[in-house]
Design a protein around this ligand. Structure first.
Ligand SMILES: NC(=O)C1=CN([C@@H]2O[C@H](COP(=O)(O)OP(=O)(O)OC[C@H]3O[C@@H](n4cnc5c(N)ncnc54)[C@H](OP(=O)(O)O)[C@@H]3O)[C@@H](O)[C@H]2O)C=CC1
Ligand SMILES: [Mg+2]
Length: 345
């Protein structure tokens, strides 16, 4: 009985980790993160020993590193506390931090939007600068870009889900920020991503790329589209290609996936697909796409040389999505497979 009344002892990562020493470091980190989502007191303790990434109205605080690159700024709890105090805040804002991950050094990672403070003062205190994620995303290293994008997406989700869509009443988050609960109905809301398919269609010798009029001049990418309710991945791919360029695809093969922050969290499911060269005549829907074209392997190799976004774009210059985009990966996979098949001819 006494044991039941004893207050819950919160295990810091080191102890939690030693309890799960028969698991790999990765498994231990995942279990630790899962425990923090369920245990508010443990999450507060992890926050006090963790790293915090600051945002201002969803704009991340970054530091310039080598010319033309940025890195994220991981602050300790006490550093954020003193930034808040020096900026005239009492520090209670810190509890608004949201859990975003756990570093390989086993430190819990959080993000916090300090939108109510003066951004210039905070940036100066932290020797950083608030930079729009659209500008900075491609200039961050891959893992950092995805962590910052995840943080921004979670902060945005919390900002627009303060009220229940069912009852109109306030919702309250758990300490980790992994869910919100309606104060009157107990409905639980979880952060959402919109599933999007992206597909690189090949006719055996060429691949199909398109561009929307909103893309930067000269940028071509794989065809993409939001999944409709109830669709499978294959159905969404077939429908999007039919709608946008009037083709019927076959042999849909899954490649990989990614979280894409623009314009709002999408879950990109990337695939390859084929059409026969006898049925490769395009019928582009110009309401959806400004242009779509078949590209040879040589044209793709040439376009890959251009580092995006180019300073001066000739009307004929074609360039491709940069390496953080899953479209880039699809194009590289296709180019490599073309080169391999040439090698075996
Ligand atoms: N990471 C990568 O490599 C790439 C990522 N992408 C991303 O893929 C996404 C989809 O591509 P896109 O070709 O624009 O999609 P679609 O071809 O589906 O066209 C977008 C239109 O779909 C409608 N729509 C349907 N469901 C949604 C939803 N849940 N959210 C927003 N719009 C919806 C909207 O139309 P309406 O406004 O008329 O309602 C919107 O304008 C984009 O966010 C883009 O950034 C694209 C290419 C490469
Ligand atoms: Mg589209």
């Amino acid at each position: 009985m006494l044991a039941l009344l004893r207050p819950l002892r919160i295990l810091p990562f080191a102890e939690h980790y030693s309890l799960t020493r028969f698991c790999s470091a990765f498994v231990s980190r995942m279990r630790y993160l899962n425990m923090l989502k369920e245990n508010d007191a443990a999450c507060v303790s992890a926050l006090q020993n963790g790293h915090i990434f600051l945002f201002h109205h969803l704009i991340p605080l970054l530091q310039r590193s080598d010319p033309g690159t940025f890195r994220s700024v991981a602050l300790s709890y006490s550093e954020v506390q003193s930034v808040l105090h020096r900026s005239g805040s009492d520090g209670s804002l810190l509890k608004e931090s949201i859990l975003i991950g756990c570093s390989e050094q086993n430190q819990a990672q959080f993000c916090l939007d300090v939108g109510e403070l003066d951004p210039a003062a905070v940036a100066k205190e932290c020797k950083g600068t608030f930079i729009d994620l659209r500008k900075a995303f491609f200039l961050l290293a891959g893992a950092e870009a995805h962590l910052v994008a995840k943080a921004q997406a979670l902060l945005r989700w919390h900002q627009i889900n303060r009220f229940s869509g069912a009852t109109g009443q306030l919702t309250h988050r758990n300490q980790a920020g992994s869910q919100r609960v309606c104060s009157s109905s107990s409905i639980v809301y979880y952060p959402k991503m919109s599933p999007v398919v992206i597909v690189l269609v090949s006719d055996g010798k060429r691949c199909l790329l398109g561009r929307q009029s909103s893309f930067p001049i000269g940028l071509y990418s794989a065809l993409a589209g939001f999944c409709d309710m109830g669709e499978t991945l294959e159905e969404a791919v077939s429908r999007e290609v039919a709608e946008e360029v009037g083709l019927e695809v076959q042999n849909i093969i899954y490649s990989s996936s990614q979280h894409w922050p623009f314009p709002h969290s999408s879950f990109m499911l990337a695939c390859h697909a084929t059409v026969s060269s006898a049925h490769s005549q395009l019928n582009v829907d110009h309401l959806e796409l400004e242009d779509a074209r078949w590209f040879t392997e040589e044209e793709i190799t040439c376009a890959l040389q251009i580092k995006a976004p180019p300073k001066r774009v000739q009307p004929t210059t074609v360039w491709l999505p940069p390496k953080h985009a899953v479209a880039h990966r699809l194009i590289m996979e296709w180019r490599d497979s073309q080169q391999r098949s040439k090698g075996t001819e």
